[in-house]
Design a protein around this ligand. Structure first.
Ligand code: T46
Length: 131
């Protein structure tokens, strides 16, 4: 459900010389098995456009900003990510679309499993039928 997708504040060390955001093992409600990042995303691009069957993900706007549209088949929610110390937890079974990337944005993603195409639902009608 979209209510289970939430903003989680990332622990940080603040320093006049620059800050550090820290994600240690055990902080997120899943174990990270894969890290990837989206960068050089054109401002008119829409990423995502799929749901995952089992994958948990945590999205961090380490630089810049973008919108994440979440849909659980019933409810929809739009989240604006623009703070590197605030990430978005996306639970399994949620359709997501990422858009409105500001120039230079980087979306860092921590994922609970390795890449597996069989975990994707890439057809919205099929996604709705599965709910
Ligand atoms: C998600 C959003 C936020 C791989 O081979 N390994 C990987 O780990 C990833 C993420 C992608 N790929 C391949 C699969 C496709 O041939 O890269 C190509 C583009 O992937 P996709 O269309 O899924 O990219 P996005 O940005 O639409 O979605 C990605 C993640 O796939 C997805 O899990 O939630 O970022």
């Amino acid at each position: 459900r979209v209510e289970d997708c939430k903003i989680i504040e990332i622990p940080k060390v603040i320093n006049p010389e620059g800050n550090i955001g820290i994600l240690e093992n055990g902080f997120l409600p899943f174990e990270t098995k894969r890290v990837y990042y989206l960068y050089d995303v054109p401002s008119d691009a829409v990423r995502g456009g799929h749901a995952h069957k089992e994958l948990y993900q945590f999205l961090i706007p380490v630089s810049g900003s973008f919108d994440v549209m979440l849909h659980d088949g019933i409810q929809q929610k739009r989240v604006f990510l623009n703070k590197p110390d605030k990430g978005l937890l996306i639970v399994p079974g949620i359709w997501r679309e990422l858009e409105n990337f500001a120039s230079g944005s980087v979306c860092l993603v921590l994922a609970s499993n390795n890449y597996k195409e069989s975990d994707y639902i890439r057809d919205f009608d099929q996604f709705l039928k599965l709910q």
